[in-house]
Design a protein around this ligand. Structure first.
Ligand code: AMP
Length: 222
């Protein structure tokens, strides 16, 4: 863990969590965010918020997200730039769901952003299909739960903000097939991209979320 207890060694840590939709990257990004005290930046959550608020980006993104495709790079890169300019990002952040293709990874480099580590959570597709059907996401704050692995204390109610924890539209089985196809075609080449840069740390997703959490924290501290 980096030296949050010692003010003299505050160190910027920029991390990327890679993995297929449903690999648990969002949950682990949340854990790391709490452990390291740096924000989790989920482009999916930001885009969902934009859809909800009916902004220009939201209107463009809505149908693509519902179909399981990727929102155009110029929109997502713009959204990310705005977010990382926030004061809370000055000591680092965890990118969750960005980059989603090699062009976005190159855009990060062009912005002059140094990535310390990329953690790739590996989970077989079959397991992902099972997991997504049980996933519940808070409509209010975007917190992620699972009916079996990480249930809310009260059924359908977010522990954090009291919002409604629901099955996301894009977690419907037919959309999941499309999202996995998109992942394999466009996102998985990032594994090799970051491996070639010596930044990639692989974590095999475990049955127990706590076991995966330990492996993720080990990968960060390695
Ligand atoms: P997520 O919550 O990360 O699974 O994202 C939900 C949806 O938002 C994805 O299926 C995409 O349609 C869109 N999205 C999120 N992040 C990106 C990104 N970096 N590039 C393109 N589309 C994205």
């Amino acid at each position: 863990m980096h030296g949050n207890n010692d003010e003299s060694v505050v160190r910027v840590m920029n991390l990327i969590l890679l993995g297929a939709p449903g690999s648990g990257k969002g949950t682990h990004a949340e854990f790391i965010s709490e452990s390291l005290g740096i924000p989790q930046i989920s482009t999916g959550n930001i885009l969902r918020e934009a859809v909800k608020n009916g902004t220009e980006s939201g209107l463009k993104a809505k149908s693509i997200m519902e179909a399981g495709g990727l929102v155009p790079d110029e929109i997502v890169i713009g959204v990310l730039k705005d977010r990382i300019a926030g004061a809370d990002c000055k000591d680092g952040y965890i990118l969750d769901g960005f980059p989603r293709n090699v062009a976005q990874a190159k855009a990060l480099e062009e912005m002059g952003i140094t990535i310390d580590r990329v953690i790739n959570i590996e989970v077989p597709d079959e397991k992902i299909r099972q997991r997504l059907s049980g996933r519940r996401v808070c409509e209010g704050c975007g917190a992620s739960y699972h009916v079996e692995y990480k249930p809310t204390k009260k059924d359908g109610v977010c522990d954090k903000c009291g919002g409604a924890a629901v099955l996301r539209k894009d977690d419907a089985p037919e959309t999941v097939i499309e999202r996995l196809k998109t992942y394999h075609e466009l996102t998985s080449p990032l594994i090799e991209f970051y491996e070639n840069k010596g930044k990639l740390h692989k974590v095999t997703g475990q049955e127990d979320v706590g076991d995966t959490k330990k492996l993720v924290l080990d990968a960060i501290n390695a």
